[in-house]
Design a protein around this ligand. Structure first.
Ligand code: UD1
Ligand code: UDP
Length: 361
């Protein structure tokens, strides 16, 4: 039986790993390692409980820090675990510092690396995620691409071996958990929110949160919006809103509801009922598309170009006027295509890992 070491650490990785780990454990031994990059209960434990992800075998407890410090501490800890357990595969997800640390620790020890969500590019190297993606894809032996665009990005970088179009595991998660969400949770009752007539807002990219001028312009736009905004606030954003004295302003606005980060089952219900979604999150842009909700993205580029090309996602950056204009006037174009697969990406991924990159007959 093969041993696969899976490394996760940040909120979106728990969601991506949930459907894959479930299948993997039926046919292989999985050693699940949580780096501890996210550690608040509502950024971590809640997802393990709601999505029935097994307890991590190891929690490295790395926590927050500067990029080098955080990634470095992960590397040291992961190297020890890899030497001790000698897995057949290292499995990493997405583009966080936990992804990079997992891939780098394994590849230096000649342990093959499988990368879920390979080939994504924003072509913006000031994003830490873009560096993490490029480097992880360079090191990976199996590259599981969610879209054909991702395959083309890799081809342009000369990466063609071990590359597979699998579809998107977030589509698997959205389909699977949608069915469960309503029977298990009711965020509208819990939070006292009307099921209709609101926009859902998330914002956590450092380029939006860490510069007071940029964050100030965003806050201005949110304050002037003529819509009800439900805003589950990421801990990075909460910290920066407080640091730059914007928190109280938002809290006082009658049309804005600041809430703690919610679980995935709550989040997908909030997304589905929203009139519009405003976000800078990668995952949330796609979920808006999956659920047919128009999306305004607080960035000037996106990795998920299909959502923009199909007319369901509008890139507005952080400029107040563009955001307000989009909130009042953006109408999605209509047709959607199946860019993100059929909800069976996890099966293809597990099959390829177990067969060392060969498709089952
Ligand atoms: C990280 C990922 C980003 C991903 C996001 C998902 C990197 C470089 N970034 O960004 O790609 O989109 O996760 O949410 O890997 N904090 C807490 N409690 C927590 C976690 C974080 O208070 O449980 C606060 C700390 O002040 C910390 C800050 O949030 O310094 C940022 O956390 P960090 O994990 O470094 O980056 P994210 O912005 O969460
Ligand atoms: N999400 C959640 N609760 C929240 C905000 C987001 O469950 O309060 C989910 C969201 O539905 C999506 C994922 O977290 O599946 C996206 O993670 P995030 O925005 O933190 O990171 P990104 O996708 O930008 O890397």
């Amino acid at each position: 039986m093969k041993t696969v070491m899976t490394v996760v650490g940040a909120r979106p990785q728990f969601i991506k790993a949930a459907p894959v780990s479930k299948l993997l454990r039926r046919q292989a031994r999985e050693i699940l390692v949580h780096t501890g990059q996210h550690y608040d209960a509502n950024m971590s434990e809640l997802f393990f409980a709601e999505l029935e992800i097994p307890e991590p075998d190891f929690n490295l407890g790395i926590g927050s820090g500067l990029h080098g410090e955080q990634t470095g501490r992960m590397l040291v800890a992961l190297e020890k675990l890899l030497q001790e357990h000698k897995p057949d595969w290292m499995l990493v997800y997405g583009d966080t510092n936990s992804t990079l640390a997992g891939a780098l620790a394994a590849s230096k020890l000649h342990i093959p690396v499988a990368h879920v969500e390979a080939g994504l590019r924003s072509f913006n190297r000031t994003m830490p995620e873009e560096i993490n993606r490029i480097l992880t894809d360079r090191m990976a032996d199996l590259l599981f691409c969610p879209t054909t665009v991702a395959i083309h990005h890799l081809q342009r970088e000369g990466i063609v071996r071990g590359v597979y179009l699998t579809g998107d595991v977030m589509m698997d998660a959205a389909l699977h958990f949608s069915a469960l969400a309503e029977s298990k949770t009711d965020p509208f009752a819990d939070l006292g929110i009307d099921r209709k007539g609101y926009c859902l807002l998330t914002c956590h990219r450092p380029q939006n949160t860490d510069d007071p001028q940029v964050l100030g312009e965003l806050v201005d736009a949110f304050l002037q919006a003529e819509k009800t905004l439900i805003f589950p606030v990421h801990p990075r954003t909460r910290k920066m809103l407080s640091q730059f004295d914007f928190w109280q302003l938002l809290q006082k606005a009658p049309h804005i509801r600041l809430i703690e980060p919610v679980g995935y089952l709550e989040m997908i219900q909030l997304e589905k009922q929203a009139e519009m979604i405003i976000t800078d999150s990668g995952g949330v842009q796609k979920e808006a598309y999956f659920f047919g909700v128009p999306c305004i993205t607080l960035r000037s580029e996106t990795e998920w170009v299909e959502t923009v090309q199909d007319g369901w996602n509008l890139l507005v950056g952080h400029q107040r006027e563009r955001i307000l204009d989009a909130l009042n006037h953006f109408q999605p174009a209509g047709e959607q295509a199946r860019h993100y697969g059929d909800g069976h990406a996890s099966e293809k991924i597990v099959d390829l890992i177990l067969n060392d990159g060969h498709r089952s007959p």
